[in-house]
Each structure stands twice: as C-alpha cells, then as structure tokens.
Ligand binder design. Structure first.
Ligand code: FAD
Length: 501
C-alpha cells in the first residue's frame, strides 16, 4: 500500500524534528504530513544538551546555525564535565573531539601512555582542544582561524527545548506540514494486519494515515498502548528513575560555560546546562534511595540562582521498546525508550531514528525488511550507548551511600566487562557496530573514573624518535596557541548569535 499520508502523534522535540525532516520529502513527492499534539497533555519540557552529530541535523534541514542559536537562546558545548563521579572531589571532562591524532595507525592514548610511563608528566587533557578551551571558558569555531595545520574544534549546542520545538514548528509548517491541536482518544486498526488505520481526536475529527510516527512521549500511545510492543526494562543496569527539572538565572554572575556539568550526588546526579539567558538544571535520582523532597532540596542548594519556575517532576523507566518499528508505526523519542540524560543521547537517537527512517522509507509501501533493519540497527545503537552510561556508575569507587554501593557492585553486561578489561590490560578500545562513542570518549571516561591503562599497544614503542616526541609537542603547542587566541564563550555568543528575546 502506497504511503500518501503520514501522521505524527506528538509535538515535543521528537515530533517536530520528525515533521521538519520529513517535510523535506514533500518537496519531491506528494505526501500529506499531519502532526497532532495536545497542549493539555504538554511536553516533557526538558532535553537541552546535544552532541556533535546534531549539527548534521541542521545541515539536513539547511538551517543556518546562527539563526537557530539566536532563536533558541543557544550556547556552545565542547563536552561534559563530570564532578564527584569516580570519587568525591574528582572532576574530569569528556570532550568532543579526539586526544591528539593517530600516528602510523596507532591511537594517540597509546602513544601518550608510552611517554607517561617514561616520565612525561603532561596529562592527556593538554592534547585535546575541546578540554583546554572548556577549561578556560573559551570558544571559537574551526572556520574562525582558517588554518589547516591546526586541530579542528568539535562542538554541539545547549538549546532551550520549548523554543527549539517552536523553531522547528515554524520550519515544518512553512513546508506544508499541517498541525492539529487535540487529544487522541481512540486508535483504529485493520482487523487483519493490525496496522493502524486512523486516530480520532477529542473533538471527533478522524485522521487516516498510511504511516504513523509515534512521538507521544513516555506513554507510547501507538507503539505500546495500541500495538502492545513490549518494553525491555534496564533498571537493573541504570537504576535512576526520577528527575526534577528547574531553570534558574545565573545570579552568581557566572558566565555561560561552554560545557554541560554533571555533578554526582548521593543517589544520582545533577545537570547544569548553560543557555544564553539562564541555566537549565535538574536532578536525576533513584527513588529507592531518595525521596522527591530531598532531591529538590539538593538541586536548589546547588544551582547558580533562585528557581525560575515551578519544579517539573518526571518519572521514567530506563530501557527500550522491544521494537521501534512495529507494523506501520515508528516510535521516535521517549516513546522509543529512554536511557537517562547523562551523555545527552536522547535527541541524538531521535536524529539517527529520523535518518534511518528517511533512508529506509519507500513511499510505495512498508515491508518486513524495512522494519527488521530499523529494529536491528536501532537496538545495537541503544545497547552500545547503554554500556557507556553504565560505565559512569559502575566504575565509581564511591562508598559514601547505599546508592553508590549498589552501582559499584551491580552486575553489568558482559560487553562492558570486556571493554574495561581490555583497557586495563593495554588500553585497547574497539568501537563496535558503528557505535556512537569514540575511542577518546571511552578513554576519557575510563581514565576520568580512575581506570588506569595497564600498558599500551606494543606498536607505540616502535615509533620513530625524536620525530614522535616533536609531533607530541607540536600538538600541545598548537592547541595552546589556538585556545590563547579564542575569545571567551560569552563574548563569542554575543557577537555570533545574540539571543532574540
Ligand atoms: P514529549 O516531549 O513528552 O512530547 C510528547 C508529545 O506527545 C506532546 O506534544 C504531547 O502533547 C503529545 N501527546 C501525548 N499523548 C497525546 C495524545 N493522547 N493526544 C495528542 N497528543 C499527545 N535529551 C537530550 O538529548 N539531552 C538532554 O539533555 C536531555 N535531558 C533530559 C532530561 C530528562 C529528565 C528527561 C526525562 C529527558 C531528557 N532528554 C534529553 C530527553 C529529551 O527530553 C527527549 O528525548 C525529547 O524531549 C523528546 O521528547 P518527546 O518529543 O519524545 O516527548
């Protein structure tokens, strides 16, 4: 059956990202796209930190970065600072971009380890541009210094979630997407195939469709409530199940930092996402070890200013839908699954879900092969990200609370155990199944958490000297040079993309 009508249920970040991207298809083929959302139900209203592949979403939409950042009060993000994770008092940055670069096919952290063992005291962080710029609160884009001999700068954004949805809505509506306000009260299915055929809203209007995108948030209106797809619960690996979000103004006079901060507390952690006009804050916690009042209290005590709104309490179960594409329903965003926001991967998964959907979509109809490929690829993506998130919790040495005792001693997937063992042995990191996180990501978090490399790739010992030592020095010096010449992050924002109020 040909796809002539696409219905998107939900107008949060997932719904409007899908609508904006799919509206690009309309330019080439006649297809009706309708998005249904309910103001009464609302959106989760959080989700403000992104990761570098998000820049490609702007490219897909041909959206101007400056225009987008100005509209969403956005700022730049060079990585995530983790405070109190390995042990109390610790702090490390998981940067975007790499430590140094490969030499003769050998990853840089092996080469660094060789020198480190031989007495070179320089920390690996001085060989990473994003870490150094973040450390000094500075920012510039690679284009600004126009020098091919200097390392590039990798970045993502902090965005105001509500403003971003409005920005995308305007983009999608200009390209023919029709928005309909109303609450879906019933869903009709074909009696033989089980395919969803239409949705009915509370005003009685009926919307028929050939393909349905479920962006209805945690409830999974179509994928779960209608199709009963099932959910794989990962609470035993990722035990946090509550969050409270609360924005604030920066009353302490601090500038917007060019990175997200994730500070571990006694039963979870707190995020700080600096936008141009305010900070987004939230406390993610585990309800078995902490109550709502205590979580809110800790959050308020650790913010840069007084609360700028009422606290937004959220409940979730970490895990994933057993299928992301089921019959003619594709789940994107929170209806597909949620692994908690520690590494800002949810908007990324919406993005990659959209990319896969567009790549697989044939407007001539839906086949089992499309469904299977989408589910297999997405499942692998989720699992690799899950392992990376568990690493942060499990590799702690903290023993100051029952929560951390639990995390430190819990069973973890074999795939993660192997990854850590190989790193402890000789620093080897294999990226599997096109996984999102790079060698630098794994190395930064493992070392940051206190997992030491026991050795390095033996090939590193065979690199030519003094050429290699000179190259190491050149990397460090060029990073220092670039960072010294960067403006502060707030200066950059005020010149490049001042917020539209
Ligand atoms: P929602 O925002 O919940 O939207 C659901 C939509 O469905 C709404 O429009 C609602 O009205 C509509 N709807 C539901 N039922 C009906 C119905 N019956 N009829 C009509 N409409 C209906 N992601 C990141 O990438 N970075 C982060 O830093 C980050 N932080 C997060 C922090 C927390 C605590 C949480 C919970 C999530 C975070 N996320 C983050 C995830 C991110 O917020 C979501 O991926 C993103 O907002 C997408 O949400 P959504 O659109 O799937 O769902």
């Amino acid at each position: 059956m040909a796809i002539e009508k696409i219905i998107i249920v939900g107008g949060g970040t997932a719904g409007w990202m899908a609508a904006a991207a799919l509206s690009r298809i309309k330019a080439g083929r006649a297809v009706d796209i309708t998005l249904v959302e309910s103001e009464q139900i609302g959106t989760v209203g959080v989700g403000e930190a992104t990761i570098p592949p998000f820049l490609d979403f702007n490219k897909l939409l041909e959206v101007d970065e400056r225009e987008m950042l100005a509209a969403v009060q956005g700022s730049f993000k060079l990585g995530i600072q983790f405070v109190n994770w390995g042990k109390l008092g610790d702090s490390y940055i998981h940067p975007f971009g790499n430590y140094g670069y490969q030499m003769e096919g050998i990853s840089f952290h092996h080469i660094w380890h060789k020198y480190h063992q031989a007495g070179d005291k320089r920390p690996i962080q001085v060989f990473n541009m994003e870490t150094m710029a973040a450390h000094f609160g500075r920012f510039a884009r690679t284009e600004d210094y126009q020098r091919e001999d200097l390392p590039p700068i990798n970045y993502a954004y902090h965005i105001d979630a509500g403003r971003y949805a409005r920005f995308l809505r305007s983009y999608a509506e200009k390209r023919g997407v029709v928005q309909k306000e109303g609450k879906v009260t019933s869903v009709a299915q074909d009696s033989e195939s089980g395919f969803v055929t239409s949705i009915t809203l509370d005003d009685g209007s009926v919307f028929e469709g050939d393909l349905f995108i479920d962006c209805s948030g945690f409830r999974g209106l179509l994928i779960e409530q209608t199709l009963k797809t099932g959910y794989e619960d990962w609470t035993h690996y990722l035990p946090c199940d509550r969050a409270v979000a609360l924005p604030c103004m920066r009353e302490d006079g601090s500038p917007p930092l060019p990175y997200t901060r994730a500070t571990a507390h006694s039963a979870g952690w707190q995020w700080q996402v600096p936008l141009q006009h305010r900070n987004g804050n939230g406390h993610v916690y585990c309800s078995s070890y902490m109550g709502d009042d205590e979580a809110l209290d800790i959050l308020i005590k650790n913010m840069a200013g007084k609360p700028g709104a009422d606290p937004n309490f959220l409940r979730f179960t970490t895990g994933r839908r057993k299928k992301f594409w089921n019959k003619n329903v594709v789940a994107l965003g929170l209806s597909a699954g949620f692994m908690e926001p520690l590494e800002s991967t949810s908007i990324h998964l919406i993005n990659t879900g959209i990319n896969k959907l567009i790549a697989l979509l044939s407007l001539d109809g839906i086949t089992q092969a499309q469904e299977d490929a989408f589910n297999r690829l997405t499942g692998k993506e989720y699992e690799r990200i899950r392992d990376f998130l568990i690493l942060h919790y499990n590799s702690t040495t903290r023993s100051d609370s029952e929560f951390w005792n639990h995390c430190r001693t819990m069973a973890v997937p074999d795939s993660l155990t192997e990854k850590v063992e190989l790193f402890r042995l000789n620093g080897q990191i294999f990226r599997e199944d096109d996984e999102l996180f790079t060698e630098t990501s794994w190395a930064a978090v493992m070392m940051g958490q206190g997992i030491a490399m026991g050795g390095h790739n033996a090939m590193a010992d065979g690199l030519k000297e003094p050429a290699t030592a000179k190259e190491m020095d050149a990397i460090e010096q060029s990073i220092r040079f670039v960072v010294q010449h960067m403006p502060s992050h707030s200066e950059y924002l005020s010149k490049y993309c001042p917020a539209v109020l």
